[in-house]
Design a protein around this ligand. Structure first.
Ligand code: GUN
Ligand code: FE
Length: 473
């Protein structure tokens, strides 16, 4: 069993190396330092000689491989209006922009078009694993699963449940129907795995699933207690292998939302307690936002092993509050980063990283209401990168599958080119080492510099402009 890297830990495996990937399992078979002359290197060279050239990708100077990004929270249907409608706070934003758009996904043909485009965009930005919300429509959400599988992305995908406080054309008819549709969605996704996903056994054992079905009560205000209870049971019934199904939802994002939940649920000790009482709070649960969680609520998450998805961009806009990531980490709660398309305007995890760094700098300079004398240390770029990769994988329960490049784990990776490209937005200099190049990429790079995106060893996306082929080795 490999030891997973911890927050802030950043290892350069090799500056002149060889990554061997097993195409049967999608896993990394070995990472060999070619500068060394030991037995493993000799064996790897011999192995390399047996490969046909088409199976070998050479990495040039000014290029590097890094783990693919994990986006812990994105709404695939909201890609239809991403970058627009960011002028309203959460509850008005939902009513004015979000529900009318999501209601259109009743039409599977419309869904197919938007979903194909959304998945392609997330992948091209280097998100190798994404936790997607669909809509209340089961068939359209099954279409999202199909698009994810066709594109070759790794994902959690869930049908959204809503049976109260929603417009007449975007609400499920009853708790029973909503729960039954979610159960059917889960069983259909599990049943279609064998037919629609590649499988094989090799290094690391059996190739892991690409798509995991998730249980999604949109948020407490949208779901009656009987529906939440049924969804809690569905998640606990699991996937047939003894594992609970992931629960993915929103928590304590916005002040008006929190006040509304408190008014609706006087019996609960806090917002998270509403989910707990329905059986929805467990070790496979992760919550987007979590900006307003007080000590009681934070303790509840910690006690149940739940995770937090920090969505910095949308917190600045529709949410209107900051999330103190350092406090969550210090209190032992796992944290992922999310784009929250389209409460967040960008599908790029590079933007999520930048917005998270800005947030943590702000938090470090503002007085803390709970602990007035406490100063918070901002997140370093290395810590933030970890949250966007290994941290996200951990929150999704995929920590030993993806999130880092080590033998036995899946080859979910980005090939980045930091040479000055035509139209590229940043420059590295000869004196810049690989760490500096990586840091520059995180803050000034974009999808033009991600020339290949690999999931389970397969190249599934990447910029393919001529510019990078022209500058020699
Ligand atoms: N809370 C309930 N629904 C949503 C949504 O679609 N986006 C965000 N950011 N918060 C929500
Ligand atoms: Fe959201």
């Amino acid at each position: 069993h490999v030891r997973l890297p911890t927050i802030g830990e950043l290892t350069i495996s090799s500056e002149q190396g060889l990554v061997l990937v097993d195409s049967r399992s999608g896993a990394i078979a070995a990472i060999v330092d070619l500068a060394s002359e030991d037995e493993a290197t000799q064996a790897a060279r011999a192995h390399l000689a047996l490969l046909v050239p088409a199976q070998v990708t050479k990495i040039r100077r000014a290029q590097f491989l890094m783990p693919g990004f994990v986006d812990g929270h994105a709404h695939a249907p909201q890609y239809a209006f991403h970058g627009t409608g960011l002028d309203l706070p959460l509850l008005d934003w939902l009513e004015r922009y979000t529900f009318p758009t999501e209601s259109k996904f009743k039409d599977v043909n419309y869904a197919r078009r938007i979903y194909a485009s959304a998945v392609a965009r997330h992948l091209r930005y280097g998100t190798t694993t994404c936790a997607y919300f669909g809509t209340i429509h089961r068939e359209a959400t099954e279409e999202l699963v199909r698009q994810v599988r066709t594109a070759g992305q790794r994902a959690h995908v869930g049908k959204v449940s809503m049976d109260r406080n929603s417009p007449p054309n975007y609400i499920e008819p009853s708790a029973e129907v909503a729960a039954a549709e979610s159960a059917l969605f889960v069983s259909n996704v599990l049943a279609s795995r064998a037919k629609e996903e590649p499988h094989g056994v090799g290094v690391g054992g059996k190739r892991p699933a690409l798509v995991t079905p998730a249980v999604i009560p949109r948020f407490a205000p949208s779901c009656t207690p009987p529906l939440m209870k049924a969804l809690g049971e569905l998640s606990r019934r699991g996937d047939g292998s003894g594992q609970k199904l992931p629960v993915h939802t929103h928590l304590s994002e916005n002040a008006s939302e929190c006040a509304w939940v408190a008014e609706m649920h006087p019996e609960a000790s806090c917002y998270a307690d509403v989910y707990k009482r329905s059986g929805l709070l467990h070790e496979r649960t992760y919550f987007a936002h979590c900006c307003h969680c007080n000590r009681t609520e934070r303790t509840l998450l910690h006690e149940h092993g739940a995770g937090v998805v920090h969505c910095a961009a949308s917190n600045f806009l529709v949410g209107g509050a900051l999330c103190n990531v350092r406090r969550w980490l210090e209190e032992g709660v796992p944290v992922a980063l999310g784009t929250d398309v389209s409460g967040g305007w960008s599908a790029s995890m590079l933007d999520a990283i930048r917005q998270s760094v800005i947030t943590s700098n702000l938090v470090s300079r503002m007085p803390d209401e709970e602990q007035p004398t406490r100063k918070w240390k901002p997140l370093s770029w290395q810590e933030t990168l970890w949250l966007a990769t290994q941290g996200g994988a951990n929150v999704l329960g995929l920590g030993d599958v993806t999130g880092g490049l080590e033998p036995g784990r899946q080859f979910d990776a980005l090939l980045v080119d930091v040479a000055p490209l035509c139209g590229g937005s940043f420059c590295v200099f000869d004196e810049d080492d690989v760490l500096t190049s990586l840091e520059k990429f995180l803050f000034t790079g974009d999808d033009r510099h991600i020339i290949s995106v690999y999931v389970a060893g397969r190249r599934v996306a990447g910029a393919s402009h001529a510019a990078y082929r022209e500058h020699g080795d």
